[in-house]
Design a protein. Structure first.
Lengths: 290, 401
């Protein structure tokens, strides 16, 4: 295989793995913003919480990495309902500023809490044997963990796509994103729907947080450090759109990886350049409603 | 009430026939307590607290009062604000800490104007000490580790070619420049030099390292700020199977901070760094330092090179207070008292060079190994005695001004 083709495949693969992490973590944020117009800056805190649950389960209780991911996702999803019912609900009709203040405050409290219990030193998780090695495709080896990310991402996308496009609940969510008042007037319980999507979105964020430990390491500041990335994916994709979030995650993930590989000097810049270009042409993002 | 206590203590000292007036020396401590690099602050803060606890009696009847502030992110802006407040509002007699070079660089004009000594316990960009006569550095210059690493890598590790990767801020450029100078002088060839983005967040290192792996250099020299980045570097390096592909990982000690080493796993084994400290360093001071540390913070908590630097920093301050009998109001006198300061610390024998106000210390090449007890540790494979900051010796670039 010619040299440039090998490089292209390798960028696509690494970019895809990165994109899957971005998608899994951001999709919940996109749906909550699309559905309720609620700005949830504490989304990263749910991801961080998921990461720490995985750390505790694997390191203190000796549970395997994959079961720990599932448990963390379900636990954080369930706990997030308490936040939604107890705190978020009160501010649905409030201004953006009030929502931002509440959620960023929650994020900082989450950071302080995590620092108190786990300390500021970055944590890592023990991975099972089969996720540690690499896969040799002859012309190149790929880390197994990244292949796992790609496969897991593909599975989740299929499930979400099916739930969103083919099920009754999915149709209701799409209806509520499109026109909330009309959806309510035909008898859809948007409140309940929102609680459900919020829980699923936070659960997915927790899963993303657990997956991110191996990519970046996990420290309490995870809650806000990578929030910018998630917000970029949501803005570029368009609020409330599954398709948009996926496309945005792919574009951001692959362009960022390619930029870093080909032109490291400007590496960090590409992600912002792409955001600016997309938002100039389509201010509401790829699939947002203008 | 507090004031009354001091007055009371002073009166008591006088009544007991003490000739010395008991002074309370206020020290402003500026370290990162939040953000991605919060653990660096904690590593130094713990060492400072421990020293003060164990050695408060050494400076009696004088006392010290630590006023701690958050240094913030590695951009300098917040550090400058809080340190200026410490000088103007809290009236501290000296400043201690500074994890990041941008903080020290931003603050240099302020301490010059205020005539307040800045005792640096980490920030390592070589030319910082030239920015103000009130700066004394107890930590290191990037050239302490990176310059000798250049020739060591070529001669002893067998790196004929090397790729450089660095976090894109002053110490990163400084460290790679120093390595490159030493490495090329020895006969090595640098094949690529890759900036790794800003120090504020840990990037996905994979695309950068993949590019280096594709160029097949003998060695990869990496500089990153010694926090969450170090763990990220080791993960990507391990994941990409670079050691198997023949690319050795080398760098300064920031790659394998002692408090994160155990978490790094097998990927770290074989990494060779140039460093002035490791918990495994054999000397009497280090043994008691580690023992006291574990006693105070538990058996799973480890000091690291930053802790050792902070320990020596507060030690030098205590010695200056003793030497000046607590009269530290004149910043210039405090700096003079520290010039030529010599001591044995956890790093072994250290000294403040009177001409440059920078540290002189031993540097060791260390290789990461799996120790007999199953834990990761380092083996000293080479030592250079009493290394000075080569950047200022050779007057390279801004080090000459």
């Amino acid at each position: 295989m010619p040299h440039f083709a090998i490089i292209a495949v390798s960028i696509l693969f690494d970019g895809l793995a990165y994109a899957m992490f971005l998608f899994i973590t951001s999709v919940g944020l996109s749906v909550t913003m699309g559905l309720m117009g609620f700005v949830n800056l504490a989304h990263g805190a749910f991801a961080m919480a998921g990461g720490y649950v995985v750390v505790s389960l694997t390191r203190n209780l000796g549970i395997g990495f994959v079961p720990a991911l599932v448990i963390a996702s379900v636990t954080v999803g369930a706990v997030s309902v308490l936040f939604e019912r107890g705190l978020y609900r009160r501010l649905y009709k409030a201004t953006d500023l009030e929502q931002v203040l509440l959620t960023i405050g929650l994020a900082f409290m989450a950071i302080a809490t995590a620092t108190y219990f786990y300390g500021p030193i970055p944590k890592s998780v023990p991975l099972p044997e089969w996720l540690q090695g690499d896969i040799n495709l002859g012309f190149r080896t790929f880390p197994s963990y990244r292949a796992f990310l790609v496969v897991l991402g593909a599975v989740l996308i299929s499930v979400l796509w099916y739930a969103f496009e083919k099920t009754n609940i999915g149709a209701k969510i799409r209806a509520a994103v499109d026109n909330r008042r009309m959806a309510e007037s035909v008898g859809i319980n948007v409140d309940l729907l929102f609680t459900l999507t919020f829980a699923v979105g936070s659960g997915l964020a927790a899963l993303g947080g657990g997956l991110a430990i191996q990519l970046f390491g996990l420290s309490p500041s995870f809650a806000v450090l990578y929030l910018v990335l998630f917000l970029i994916v949501v803005a570029v994709g368009g609020l409330g759109s599954l398709k948009g979030t996926l496309l945005a995650a792919l574009v951001v993930g692959i362009v960022d990886t390619g930029g870093k590989y080909m032109l490291a000097e400007a590496g960090g810049f590409f992600i912002y350049a792409i955001t600016i270009v997309v938002l100039l042409i389509k201010p509401a993002g790829f699939y947002g409603r203008e | 009430m507090k004031m009354m206590n001091y007055v009371g203590a002073a009166a008591l000292a006088l009544a007991m026939g003490g000739v010395a007036q008991a002074e309370n020396v206020k020290i402003g401590v500026v370290l990162p307590f939040s953000g991605a690099n919060a653990d660096l602050g904690h590593q130094m803060d713990k060492a400072i607290d421990l020293y003060v606890k164990l050695h408060a009696k050494d400076i009696a009847p004088h006392t010290v009062e630590l006023v701690k502030r958050d240094e913030g992110p590695p951009t300098g802006a917040q550090a400058k604000t809080v340190a200026t407040e410490l000088i103007t509002n809290d009236k501290v007699s000296m400043l201690l800490g500074f994890s990041f070079s941008p903080s020290s660089i931003a603050l240099a004009p302020v301490v010059t104007q205020a005539k307040v000594p800045m005792i640096i316990s980490n920030a390592g960009t070589a030319w910082i000490t030239n920015l103000s006569p009130y700066i004394v550095r107890l930590s290191f210059s990037m050239w302490h580790t990176a310059y000798p690493m250049g020739s060591y890598a070529f001669d002893k590790i067998g790196c004929k070619t090397a790729a450089l990767a660095y976090t894109d801020f002053p110490p990163g450029k400084d460290s790679t420049e120093a390595f490159k100078t030493g490495f090329e002088k020895a006969g090595g060839k640098v094949v690529d030099s890759i900036p790794l983005g800003s120090p504020v967040q840990v990037p996905d290192f994979t695309p950068f390292f993949q590019k280096i792996k594709d160029q097949k250099p003998d060695c990869m020299y990496v500089f990153i700020p010694s926090g969450a980045h170090a763990t990220g570097v080791m993960k990507s390096y391990g994941e990409l199977g670079m050691r198997k592909a023949g690319v050795k990982l080398i760098g300064p000690m920031d790659l394998i901070p002692d408090n994160k080493l155990q978490d790094m796993g097998d990927a770290a084994i074989g990494t060779i760094v140039m460093s002035h400290y490791a918990v495994d360093l054999e000397n009497a001071e280090n043994k008691s330092f580690n023992a006291e540390w574990h006693k105070a913070y538990g058996k799973d908590s480890y000091p690291d090179f930053m802790s050792a630097q902070a320990w020596d920093s507060i030690h030098a301050i205590f010695d200056a207070i003793k030497k000046l009998d607590g009269k530290v109001a004149d910043g210039a006198k405090v700096v003079d008292a520290m010039k030529g300061w010599k001591a044995n610390g956890p790093r072994g024998s250290v000294m403040i060079d009177a001409d440059t106000r920078d540290i002189v210390q031993d540097e060791h090449a260390m290789e990461v190994i799996r120790k007999p007890d199953g834990k990761l540790g380092v083996k000293i494979v080479g030592t250079t005695k009493q290394v000075k900051d080569e950047c200022k010796v050779q007057k390279i670039g801004r080090c000459g001004s």
